[in-house]
Design a protein around this ligand. Structure first.
Ligand code: C2E
Ligand code: CA
Ligand code: CA
Length: 564
């Protein structure tokens, strides 16, 4: 027994002490991106390269209570396997290695894949400590072997030199348009060849002192910190584009590839940090692509603010839909019979309130459509409108309600089922509901529209063709679809009042519509003069500020129900 202790002590003397290892880790710290560590099983302490703190949600780079504290940084689902593995090392007498791929949480609480490899040092079979290295397996490469250029993490490193003084110059972020389709159509190898050529082309166009990086698959970043101006950035972009066109031509248009460029001037970057630069340059490139691709865009704070505003509005709308439509409101605009001026019903118009005030549909309906939120929101407003109609019918039995339906609802949801279900639930007759659909949506989604149209007609729901006279006036639709009502858009009305030709067109249309036994509603009548002129047509229904503005439910009742 005594001999064993002596032997153990001798073995221990040959080992580096944990303190010595910690000193070595400190020495290595600036030389590697990996994280070195030592876990002292005897003292229950853990020491890791200090720069790990900048990346991971660790309690510190040196701490006691390994199991409890270390597991804090481990992604919840991966804690169990780690604890099992460490317990296994402790209970075993010979296991001398640890090799686990699992996830740690970074400082933003996002899981990051790591590979932790360790060597267990034992004395007389007992684990004394473990030394090892953690590396991030998902980390971006510093250089890219396809294009031969430095990659995004090199760019990040380079920009770290500029935290204090903002340089004068620009960033030009280039992105190949539709690169994915080249890979799918012509193969990855061909795609790689295009990328290499692109890198060559850009390399030939940049000047001395400018830097070039490949940031993601098909995006490159040129940095000019030599006081380059926007005009020069634009010229550089055009040179690259020209060279790329030549390459496409030389290859007989086998791969038709174009390039978009986002220019970001250093002076426009308020917070000169890597993440901000990436964000703003990405925005600029996206703008260039959205403008139609194969073109450049110069960063403009006003556009960015509008983009951010839209982003925030999108988030708020999403939240409101999740919160049972808090913030949404329905406004109603009266529609009158032209013959005797009596109230016929109302059109529902959506409104949205944020902490900063009311937002108009022109701003938020496109977002609802883009995100698909128009489906739940449209369903909600349908029920609101029908419940409102039911109440109005207590005093005005023929009261009708007009509900706008978007082409997204038509294409992506069972809107007929929704409508019929809502009518039944709210106990409203189908003929008291007018569904308004626009011409433009109709053209884009013909088959869906005609199916919906037929089904609703069969059920007895009334149909209105909205915004007639905007865009292409497809008169033949009138004959094919036979809507119950044509709603003449205000822009047409305004043109008709100002211009004799348009007026004749409108009255011709009116006559034609009447021959087809369809009804006409003129929208957007604002003044007495407009009303008088329009009255000559004459339309069947009128709607507009002159008769009544869209308003909240209680105001509507006050003004148009009790007020009569
Ligand atoms: P819309 O269906 O053509 O609705 C008529 C628009 O004209 C309304 O604008 C209304 O406030 C406005 N208006 C009415 N009378 C006059 C007038 O005399 N002069 C002028 N200048 N404007 C008048 P609003 O409420 O801003 O709605 C804009 C558009 O948003 C609507 O055009 C409709 O396309 C869409 N929208 C509104 N609510 C909904 C909804 O619940 N669902 C769907 N899918 N779209 C909606
Ligand atoms: Ca409408
Ligand atoms: Ca309209």
């Amino acid at each position: 027994m005594e001999l064993d202790i002596v032997e153990e002590a001798e073995q221990k003397q040959d080992l580096l002490t944990v303190d010595e290892i910690r000193q070595m880790i400190d020495l290595y710290n600036p030389c590697t991106d990996d994280y070195l560590f030592v876990l002292d099983f005897e003292k229950d302490t853990y020491y890791i390269s200090p720069h790990a703190l900048e990346r991971f949600r660790l309690p510190g780079y040196y701490f006691r209570g390994v199991m409890d504290n270390l597991t804090q940084v481990v992604y919840e689902k991966d804690r169990e396997p780690l604890i099992e593995d460490l317990n296994d090392i402790l209970s075993s007498e010979e296991r001398d290695s640890h090799n686990l791929i699992y996830r740690w949480l970074n400082t933003e609480d996002q899981p990051v894949w790591i590979n932790c490899r360790g060597r267990v040092i034992r004395v007389a079979g007992r684990a004394v400590y473990m030394v090892g290295c953690i590396n991030e397996i998902g980390r971006k490469q510093k250089a890219d072997n396809v294009s031969g250029l430095l990659g995004e993490s090199s760019l990040q490193l380079f920009l770290q030199n500029y935290t204090e003084k903002i340089p004068d110059g620009y960033f030009l972020r280039l992105g190949l348009d539709n690169f994915k389709s080249i890979n799918t159509k012509l193969g990855i190898e061909y795609g790689d060849m295009v990328l290499r050529r692109m890198a060559d082309i850009i390399g030939q166009c940049v000047h001395d002192g400018q830097r070039l990086y490949r940031i993601v698959a098909d995006e490159f970043m040129i940095i000019d910190f030599n006081g380059g101006m926007a005009r020069e950035a634009s010229e550089l972009y055009r040179n690259i584009r020209r060279a790329l066109d030549q390459f496409v031509e030389e290859n007989h248009y086998e791969a038709f590839v174009t390039v978009s460029g986002g220019i970001l001037m250093c002076r426009d970057i308020q917070k000169f940090s890597y993440s901000q630069i990436m964000k703003l340059s990405e925005f600029s490139l996206t703008q260039a692509k959205q403008l139609g691709r194969n073109r450049e865009y110069l960063f403009d704070q006003k556009d960015y603010d509008a983009f951010m505003k839209r982003k925030l509005l999108t988030q708020a709308l999403r939240q409101s839909v999740a919160d049972e439509f808090q913030g949404f409101e329905v406004y109603y605009q009266p529609i009158f019979h032209n013959s005797n001026g009596s109230l016929c019903g109302a059109e529902e118009l959506m409104r949205y309130h944020t902490s900063e005030g009311m937002v108009m549909p022109g701003e938020f309906i496109p977002i609802l459509e883009e995100t698909g939120l128009i489906i739940p929101a449209g369903r909600w407003i349908l029920y609101e409108a029908l419940r409102f109609a039911k109440r109005m019918q207590e005093t005005n039995p023929d009261f009708r309600v007009n509900v706008n339906v978007s082409y997204v609802q038509v294409m992506k949801s069972d809107v007929v089922d929704d409508i019929m279900g809502a009518l039944k639930e709210c106990d409203v007759r189908p003929k008291d509901l007018v569904i308004e659909l626009t011409e433009s949506g109709l053209i884009e989604s013909d088959v869906y529209f005609t199916r919906l149209w037929r089904q609703l007609k069969e059920k007895g729901v009334k149909l209105a063709l909205d915004d007639f006279g905007t865009g292409y006036s497809n008169f033949h639709y009138l004959n094919d679809l036979r809507p119950d009502i044509i709603k003449i858009d205000r822009s047409f009305t305004v043109r008709a009042i100002a211009n004799e030709y348009e007026y004749n067109l409108l009255s011709l249309l009116s006559g034609m519509v009447r021959n087809l036994e369809l009804k006409v509603c003129v929208e957007g009548v604002e003044t007495e003069e407009e009303r008088d002129k329009i009255a000559l047509l004459p339309p069947d229904f009128s709607q507009g500020y002159f008769y009544g503005r869209p308003c909240a439910q209680d105001v509507f009742e006050e003004k148009f129900i009790r007020g009569v």
